[in-house]
Design a protein around this ligand. Structure first.
Ligand code: HEC
Ligand code: HEC
Length: 205
């Protein structure tokens, strides 16, 4: 809510300025709606400039597909997707604003995080990814086109939390993914997830 209020405050300031400097009706109309870049200002503190997060607690959101972005934001707002923070934030935007935000971020490049990983686990992780995940998270987890988020180069701590949430039922994965994750865990245990995460973290270019 506070975010919407902030956006409104900026708009009001803009409109007052318009009245003072005597801008045209067309200019005034432009100021009535927040531009996508203005909406995105409210996200920078945690998701970095242009959606490339600089810390492990907030995921990078640049380059996510438009459909996935809207789906996950709506999931946060409804509570279907578990969140610590985003539920409150996502509620402050209507459908049109979510679409604007989604388009804004989808057009920006996903910047892979530079983070530590264990090189000894990468090969096994790549193999497990091919077997259990590649079908829906293509190109080693780099592709956003599957509308399933981006795994390669995402901050590992965030991805680890999502895997924990899927496992405990906090977040619901698609049925077929749940099946694959269960199979992975029964065959490989948590060492399997660990290898996967190291593989995703190793993709830095
Ligand atoms: C105070 C920090 C903070 C702010 C501000 C914030 N986010 Fe987030 N965001 C998070 C965190 C943390 C998560 C992980 C989910 C959670 O626990 O809330 C997240 C998750 C997300 C995701 C899911 C990414 C994925 O791969 O599934 C999207 C999309 C997102 N945020 C978009 C936004 C947008 C758009 C804004 C601005 C309107 C925004 N966030 C503002 C902290 C923040
Ligand atoms: C049958 C397709 C499918 C398979 C197989 C699959 N996933 Fe997913 N995955 C999805 C979809 C779809 C989503 C988006 C979930 C949503 O709607 O919230 C997703 C989301 C995720 C997310 C959350 C991404 C984010 O940005 O928050 C992670 C992490 C993840 N999958 C990991 C995996 C791993 C690891 C494997 C292999 C063990 C796997 N998935 C296998 C379809 C799949």
């Amino acid at each position: 809510m506070a975010y919407k209020t902030l956006t409104k405050a900026i708009l009001v300031a803009g409109m007052t300025l318009g009245a003072v400097s005597g801008v045209s009706a067309a200019d005034a109309k432009l100021m009535m709606g927040a531009s996508p870049a203005m909406l995105a200002n409210n996200c920078q503190g945690c998701h970095g400039t242009d959606g490339a997060s600089v810390g492990p607690a907030s995921p990078t959101i640049a380059g996510l597909s438009k459909d996935y972005f809207i789906e996950v934001m709506e999931g946060f707002a409804s509570g279907d997707v578990y969140s610590t923070i985003m539920g409150r934030i996502a509620k402050g935007y209507d459908k049109k604003e979510l679409e604007q935000l989604a388009e804004h971020y989808a057009a920006l490049p996903f910047v892979k995080a530079v983070q530590p990983f264990d090189p000894a686990k990468v090969k096994k992780g790549a193999k497990l990814h091919d077997r259990y995940c590649e079908k829906c998270h293509a190109k080693g987890g780099q592709s956003a086109e599957d509308d399933a988020g981006v795994l390669a180069g995402q901050w590992v701590q965030y991805t680890q939390w999502q895997m924990d949430d899927f496992r405990t039922g906090h977040r619901t994965a698609p049925k077929k993914m749940t099946k694959k994750v269960k199979k992975l865990l029964s065959k490989e245990g948590t060492a399997g997830t660990d290898a996967l995460l190291n593989y995703y973290a190793s993709q830095q270019k």
